[in-house]
Design a protein around this ligand. Structure first.
Ligand code: GLV
Ligand code: MN
Ligand code: MN
Length: 413
């Protein structure tokens, strides 16, 4: 099967990305489309309608992952898969995740037009709730697919309003009935914007991703005592928010003590009762901690716990640091990385090896199937931000590399 001269359609892919970005568009050019909301439903519906037009067979599993299949010639072959996510951060961009999904669709359209058959089927997947902005842990669909936890656990995760993943899926009509995972995947490839500054700085259009750093996520509950803001003298207070503020500063210090690699972020906080003239009785905040080395990640956790407990003790507060989820650092499959590099070479596209600072559904897939990732540059390395942007030619280049790598894999007899 020759792909000589076959290229994806840059304008069509770009148009799809811009059309998808209208669903949940923010005034500053970003997208706010939290997982399993009405907006997510509209994005999923649009993807499904495009896949139907492209002749795909569609399936939705019990955790809401959507699979669009282009059949292969060999009915016994497991699928070669690609995909990513359609959900975004509360103030996210047009490309994070969405690119990986629509690039998969663009590959199918390109193969249809070029009348190219593969032996293995090609599946394009929308993984449920990759971002974790609503239900906490992140990568719920792909984690469940690879068996990191069972379906009931995934369906039972709750958002801050107490709504479960299962209830939210039913509400938007994506509580499918296909079993979740449990079958072989021949290979998984994901194309994604880098979300960091390296490729742009180096002027290299393609990143061959070798692995991703590990992460541990926590929910910290600080308990003090409510009191009257006007009458309770300062020295008698047990102010949970003040304690949390000191902890957040100390956590930042932990990251710098383990420099240069770790990153620690507190991005979410809730205060109770959240009243101007009541001393906060409770503060609950998130910790996102990451490092390329799993042992250092464990040491960072010990230091973070010690720092928070010490502050709580001094301030007469109680603190509980609850693990939400964790992901070890991972290495992607060498064979898939080599296939990506070969594809870039065949297309005359400069490439370099790179590691991912972000988590991706591909990290989960790498636990059950040979997995590779392709990065393309994004403007100023900015992501999880409304001004996230990328150049159409880079977006097209990454999709072409994905096409070549997947067709090679799906055509090997
Ligand atoms: C995914 O967006 C992550 O948090 O790494
Ligand atoms: Mn992403
Ligand atoms: Mn993201």
């Amino acid at each position: 099967m020759s792909l000589d001269g076959v290229r994806i359609n840059q304008d069509r892919l770009w148009r799809d990305l811009m059309d998808m970005a209208k669903i949940g568009a923010t005034p500053k050019g970003g997208v706010a489309r939290l997982a399993l909301t009405e907006l997510d439903r509209r994005a999923r519906d649009l993807f499904v309608s495009w896949c139907r037009e492209a002749g795909c067979e569609l399936r939705v599993d019990r955790i809401g992952n959507i699979f669009a299949r282009r059949a292969g010639l060999d009915v016994d072959r497991p699928p070669v898969m690609t995909g990513s996510h359609l959900d975004t951060q509360p103030l996210g961009g047009k490309f994070d995740g969405i690119y990986g999904v629509l690039a998969g669709l663009e590959i199918i359209r390109t193969l249809n037009e070029a009348r190219i058959d593969t032996l293995a089927p090609i599946d394009v997947v929308v993984w449920t709730d990759e971002e974790g902005a609503r239900f906490g842990g992140g990568t719920i669909g792909s984690s469940t697919f690879v068996g990191r936890y069972d379906v009931e656990t995934g369906l039972g995760r709750r958002d801050n309003d107490g709504i479960t993943v299962g209830e939210a899926l039913a509400a938007i009509g994506y509580a499918g009935d296909a079993p979740v995972g449990g079958y072989p995947v021949e290979a998984f490839f994901e194309v994604h914007i880098e979300q960091g500054p390296i490729l742009e700085r180096e002027g290299v259009p393609i990143g061959v991703v070798l692995g991703a750093q590990g992460a541990r996520y926590f929910r910290v509950v600080v308990d003090g005592e409510e009191g009257h803001a006007g009458t309770l003298p300062m020295e008698l207070r047990h102010d949970a928010l003040l304690g949390a503020a000191r902890m957040i500063d100390a956590l930042n210090g932990v990251a710098f003590r383990h420099a240069p690699h770790p990153v620690i972020t507190v991005g979410q906080i809730q205060v109770r009762p959240n009243s101007r003239n009541t001393i906060p009785g409770q503060a609950v905040f998130s910790i996102d901690s990451r490092h390329p080395d799993n042992r250092t990640l464990a040491a960072i956790e010990r230091d973070m716990r010690a720092a928070c407990e010490e502050i709580a003790r001094k301030a007469g507060l109680a603190v509980a640091i609850e693990p939400v989820s964790q992901r070890d650092s991972i290495a992607f499959d060498r064979g898939c990385a080599a296939a990506v590099a070969r594809a870039a070479d065949a297309l005359d596209l400069p490439w370099q090896e790179i590691y991912s600072g972000a988590g991706h559904d591909a990290c989960n897939l790498s636990l059950v199937a040979p997995t590779g990732m392709i990065f393309v540059p994004c403007e100023d390395g900015v992501s999880h931000n409304e001004r996230e942007n990328a150049r159409p030619e880079d977006i097209a280049a990454g999709c072409d590399v994905l096409l070549h790598a997947m067709v090679e894999r799906a055509s090997i007899a």
